[in-house]
Design a protein around this ligand. Structure first.
Ligand code: T5A
Ligand code: NA
Length: 214
């Protein structure tokens, strides 16, 4: 039985890997095809929690490491019901960063007791993506792109560790089955084409099986 629900597609990657650029392109492409599409991003800086996160990222405020982790998570839970409703009513949701970033960026700080497993726990139960498109690029390449270095985590050592931990997540964790790696060091159009192919492939599985959102 064919599924009428929308799909949940997430973009992940290092800072400046091209997530926002590619999210917008995919949203435009799907809308041209006549699909209903919602575009979200995390952190969603528009909510009260999102504003606290934004002030932390810009360096205006400090937060204890567990606290900021849980604020990022809470910022996703604020929108969890909305995501579920959209998908149920047939709207595809394209999300710029999700709990993969949540786990990896906190774990990359190297704080004792704050590893990937601890970080994943408060995220358990959030709608699970049909596919997570991971835009893979070396930190040195990403750093050459515009605007790098303005926010808290945009330092080479941090980004190198983030990339390593994304790799660990892909190899050893439950999330690995959702993740498709795309070489994001290429031109914008080449990356876009690879993403569209990956999306079609992942969605065929959903269409054919009629799988509900997990
Ligand atoms: N974070 C986030 C956590 O710690 N925990 C969490 O739970 C979450 C959700 C902010 C920070 O918060 C952390 C991770 C981050 O450090 P953010 O607001 O998403 O997260 O900030 P960034 O990821 O830094 O977003 P950016 O907008 O900076 O990066 P994008 O979206 O990956 O890149 P994009 O598309 O804006 O492109 C950057 C530049 O590169 C160019 C673009 O034109 C732009 O100038 N570009 C390309 N250039 C050459 N070739 C290509 N293929 C290109 N694609 C784009
Ligand atoms: Na972005």
């Amino acid at each position: 039985m064919a599924s009428k629900r929308g799909k949940l597609i997430v973009f992940e990657g290092l800072d400046r890997s091209g997530k926002s650029t590619q999210c917008e392109r995919l949203v435009t492409h799907l809308r041209h095809q006549g699909q209903k599409v919602e575009h979200m991003r995390f952190p969603d800086r528009t909510t009260p929690i999102g504003k606290m996160i934004s002030n932390y990222l810009s360096g205006q405020t400090q937060q204890e490491d567990h606290v900021i982790h849980l604020l990022f998570t809470a910022n996703r839970w604020e929108l969890a019901k909305a995501i579920e409703s959209f998908v149920k009513e047939g709207t595809t949701v394209v999300v710029d960063r999700y709990y993969y970033s949540g786990c990896v960026y906190t774990a990359a700080k190297g704080v004792s007791g704050l590893g990937l497993d601890w970080c994943r726990q408060p995220e358990v139960g959030l709608p699970r993506p049909d596919v997570c498109i991971f835009l893979d690029i070396a930190a040195e390449e990403a750093a050459k792109r515009g605007g790098y270095g303005e926010e808290r985590y945009e330092r080479k050592e941090m980004q190198d560790r983030v990339r390593e931990l994304f790799g660990e997540l892909r190899e050893h964790h439950d999330e690995r089955e959702d993740i498709v790696v795309i070489d994001a060091g290429r031109g914008v159009e080449d990356v876009e084409e690879a993403i569209q192919k990956a999306a079609v492939k992942a969605w065929d599985v959903v269409e054919q099986s009629g799988l509900p959102l997990r």
